[in-house]
Design a protein around this ligand. Structure first.
Ligand SMILES: Nc1nc2c(c(=O)[nH]1)N[C@H]1C(S)=C(S)[C@@H](COP(=O)(O)OP(=O)(O)OC[C@H]3O[C@@H](n4cnc5c(=O)[nH]c(N)nc54)[C@H](O)[C@@H]3O)O[C@H]1N2
Ligand SMILES: Nc1nc2c(c(=O)[nH]1)N[C@H]1C(S)=C(S)[C@@H](COP(=O)(O)OP(=O)(O)OC[C@H]3O[C@@H](n4cnc5c(=O)[nH]c(N)nc54)[C@H](O)[C@@H]3O)O[C@H]1N2
Ligand code: SF4
Ligand SMILES: [Mo]
Length: 746
């Protein structure tokens, strides 16, 4: 790599590896990323990055980038075809499926990863044109249970104010490695240094975050429900509740208290393996704090009883009055909500699985396809996701893909999923197009960052908004007259455009769902710097102005157009809403502005806990395997290049030293892991962070990367080991962190 000249430009962009999307500056050397550093001007990250962002050249210039559409032939091989052929054939086949079976048999998966949600915002128009009704994404294997609980309680997602919290609780969350909390390592170190503040980590593993904690509840894996129920019972039985808050701001607290009053605390302490004294002192510390913030993540959301746990987590801060004040939990605005928040739940057509947040549980997808039920899905469009690797039971999912009449994959690389597609459409990378995420989850100031391209698209690739637009053009989704009218209005200015747009939608309701496409085709071309893909943000800015008018004005935006212009021109992101802690109440959808605490189904599950099995291992499968841990060199399957890893290149199987000795294994040995569903071989790392009986494998390894004549795999693909039936009884979210397994020398 040659050193770029001193005058080389720093391009403003953001990291695409986790939801924090830290602002970055990148210097190019031709198409390579020569230098990467944090963007100090960035509205959210202010210069912060972690170790992973500096390796992004391995994403941009990875060896498996696609540069032409591919079509699978009857003999299984792929032919390179041109874009026009690909678009017309796909449109024809989608139309045939729609006409034969109904558009609702076309299932959509993905629509965005950790860095790219702009394309997904246009996918809704294609789905509308096709009559596609069902969809899912990775959210339906982590956050949908929590979202349903939120829908009942605060009506939407809440976020913790860890910068100011006196007590911070991380429940099945290792922010030192996985982030989620903005500028996580800085914030964690500040908490650890301050003797007045307390960090509580609830995790079976002594994680890097636990190393910084004041209190580590190192429970037995999968027993969080009992642990949290015991903490809540102590709050109730020792009368540590915030009665003023409960009376003024909630309903149903008596019902909840009655259930918690009966809990046998010593028995539950015993089940979760945490000393009762420690649970008691922890509950008292929480109750004494002026503010408490919590973050629950995969350790509980991908473990048994996850929806119940989400409820108990939220009761912990609600019963202690930790809402709508500095350092506590807050609702927040959205540029675009990532999921629906509804208490009412529709069901899937074949298995009747609950569509929490409007999404099919990931573990149910294969079952909705691999059946002869007349309502089975017939086609799947997959964008920005690698479900053949990331969904439970990869074999079952691959079989499901083969049972479909049509699979279209839109990706930058020839992924494990793309290999099973009928058509693969090559997307421009996230640094080659206008991009943004809707991970805008903060309060009191919430930010949004539209990123300009750092370089031109790799020849042969297209941004997703253009791919969706080409399909919609081919489908003749919108009449030419409508488009001409809007184009003319766009030339006259934003005002006339807004009026025309509103008038058209009012006269033809069927156009509403196609709005992103209309905007792309008509407003898009008028936007500066080729920012055509940003057109949909104009509608989202209107939404922000309508739903959060005061918060938007406090953030300095006069109206929707002013916000839209600020988004278009601010290369380090904008604050789009600014609130005060009191404004949190404005976000509650309930007419009485009180939080209804009692959720009957979940109180039922709480009562059942006394008899719910807490152990899922057997003599045959005696270990609990956490299949998919976040480590310093994991990033889902975004990097398709093993050389990005500076450490742990094979993604070791971590084992407690005592277990390893007993099995005759030591660091560097090869061990076979067997589950009810599959088997794999990994390299062992003995690690005293693990407790006996618990083992972990990292997330995102086991990719099949091309060699000259075939593929090569490093590490274990975790979903070779998982099973569709290991899922939450309520939300259907998987038990990836709780896979009964056998381990033996290989
Ligand atoms: N480095 C890195 N960062 C990432 C990602 C990545 O791939 N790599 N992925 C991003 C994504 S998509 C997500 S969703 C987040 C996830 O972020 P996290 O949820 O923080 O990630 P995990 O490591 O999967 O799980 C968190 C913790 O759960 C613990 N755990 C396992 N079993 C149990 C249990 O029974 N109870 C409890 N209480 N804890 C348990 C594990 O020991 C682990 O420390 O990370 C994001 N950030
Ligand atoms: N066993 C187990 N399974 C898990 C987990 C676990 O902990 N254990 N974690 C789960 C979680 S929390 C998550 S979030 C999922 C993540 O799994 P997925 O949702 O499948 O997403 P990623 O692995 O992030 O893959 C993103 C895909 O987007 C592609 N891509 C990157 N940039 C672009 C672009 O600009 N355009 C397009 N079209 N494509 C692009 C990448 O090549 C890749 O194929 O995995 C889940 N699966
Ligand atoms: S914290 Fe997340 S977004 Fe920020 S640099 Fe690290 S991986 Fe990228
Ligand atoms: Mo995730």
């Amino acid at each position: 790599m040659t050193t770029p000249p001193a005058t080389a430009t720093w391009h403003k962009t953001a990291c695409i590896l986790c939801e924090n999307n830290c602002g970055l500056l990148i210097q190019l050397d031709d198409r390579r990323f020569a230098k990467i550093r944090g963007d100090k001007d960035h509205v959210a990250s202010a210069g912060y990055t972690c170790n992973k962002a500096l390796r992004l050249d391995h994403y941009q210039n990875g060896a498996t980038r696609l540069t032409t559409p591919l079509r699978r032939e009857p003999d299984g091989t792929f032919t390179e075809i041109d874009w026009d052929t690909a678009i017309s054939e796909i449109a024809a086949r989608l139309t045939a499926i729609k006409d034969t079976y109904g558009g609702d048999k076309i299932f959509y998966y993905g629509g965005g990863g950790q860095g790219n949600h702009l394309g997904g915002a246009y996918s809704t128009a294609l789905r509308r044109a096709l009559g596609s009704r069902y969809r899912s994404s990775a959210l339906a294997q982590e956050k949908t249970g929590e979202g349903w609980v939120d829908a009942h309680l605060t009506g939407g997602h809440t976020t913790g104010d860890f910068e100011h919290a006196e007590v911070s609780i991380f429940l099945g969350k290792n922010p030192w490695q996985s982030h989620g909390v903005p500028r996580a390592r800085t914030v964690l170190q500040q908490i650890a240094k301050d003797p007045a503040r307390t960090m509580i980590v609830i995790d079976p593993v002594r994680t890097e975050t636990a190393d910084l904690a004041d209190i580590h509840l190192q429970l037995r894996p999968g027993t969080d429900a009992w642990c949290l129920a015991a903490l809540l019972a102590i709050l109730v039985q020792d009368d540590l509740l915030d009665h003023a808050f409960l009376t003024e701001h909630t309903t149903g607290s008596d019902t909840v208290r009655t259930d918690l009053a009966h809990i046998d605390i010593p028995a539950y302490a015993d089940i979760c393996g945490v000393p009762e004294d420690l649970l008691r002192s922890t509950a008292h510390r929480i109750a004494a704090a002026t503010s408490v913030a919590t973050y629950e993540d995969l350790g509980v959301q991908q473990s048994p009883n996850s929806t119940l746990i989400s409820y108990l987590d939220k009761l912990l801060w609600l019963l202690t009055g930790n809402f709508a004040k500095p350092g506590a939990m807050q609702p927040h605005s959205w540029m675009a909500p990532l999921a629906g928040y509804s208490r009412e739940v529709k069901r899937s057509p074949v298995t009747g699985a609950p569509l929490f947040g409007g999404m099919l549980p990931c573990n149910a997808i294969a079952e909705e396809i691999s059946t002869d039920h007349p309502d089975r899905f017939r086609a799947m469009i997959i964008e920005s996701a690698n479900p053949a690797h990331s969904l439970a039971d990869s074999t079952a999912f691959r079989d499901a893909l083969h049972a479909l009449d049509l699979v279209v994959v839109i990706d930058i690389a020839r992924t494990e999923t793309a290999r099973h597609a009928d058509y693969v459409l090559p997307a421009a990378s996230q640094f080659e197009k206008w991009e943004a995420t809707f991970f805008n989850l903060e309060f009191p100031h919430n930010t949004f960052h539209l990123r300009a391209p750092v370089l031109d698209p790799l020849p042969g690739t297209l941004p997703e908004p253009e791919i969706y637009a080409r399909l919609l053009r081919e489908l003749h989704a919108v009449g030419r007259g409508t488009l001409t009218l809007l184009r003319t209005a766009a030339k006259l200015g934003r005002r006339p455009y807004a009026w025309t747009f509103a008038a058209l939608l009012a006269t033809d309701k069927s156009l509403a769902g196609l709005a992103p496409y209309l905007l792309y085709e008509t407003l898009g071309p008028t936007l500066p710097d080729g920012a055509r893909s940003a057109a949909v943000l104009w509608a989202l800015a209107q939404r922000v102005a309508k739903v959060y008018p005061a918060a938007m004005r406090r953030a300095g935006h006069r109206d929707a157009d002013a916000l839209f212009d600020a988004i278009l021109t601010s290369r380090s992101g904008v604050t789009f809403t600014l609130d005060d802690y009191d404004n949190a109440w404005d976000y509650l959808p309930h007419p009485d502005k009180r939080i209804p605490l009692a959720i009957p189904e979940l109180l039922h599950a709480l009562r059942d806990l006394a008899t719910t099995p807490a152990t899922h291992t057997t003599a045959e499968f005696p270990f609990v395997l956490a299949a998919g841990e976040r480590r310093s060199f994991t990033a889902n399957t975004i990097f398709r290049d093993d050389t990005w890893r500076r450490r742990d290149p094979e993604g070791a199987l971590r084992l407690n030293p005592g277990d390893a000795t007993r099995l005759g294994l030591t660091t560097g040995d090869r061990a076979r892991i067997t589950t009810r569903r599959g088997s794999a071989v990994a390299t062992v790392e003995t690690n005293d962070r693990m407790q006996p009986g618990h083992a972990s494998l990292p997330n995102g390894l086991g990719l099949d990367l091309p060699t000259g004549d075939g593929t090569r795999r490093t590490g274990v693909a975790p979903n070779d080991l998982t099973d569709l039936t290991w899922r939450d009884a309520i939300a259907g979210t998987p038990w990836h962190k709780h896979v009964p397994a056998r381990i033996e020398p290989a």
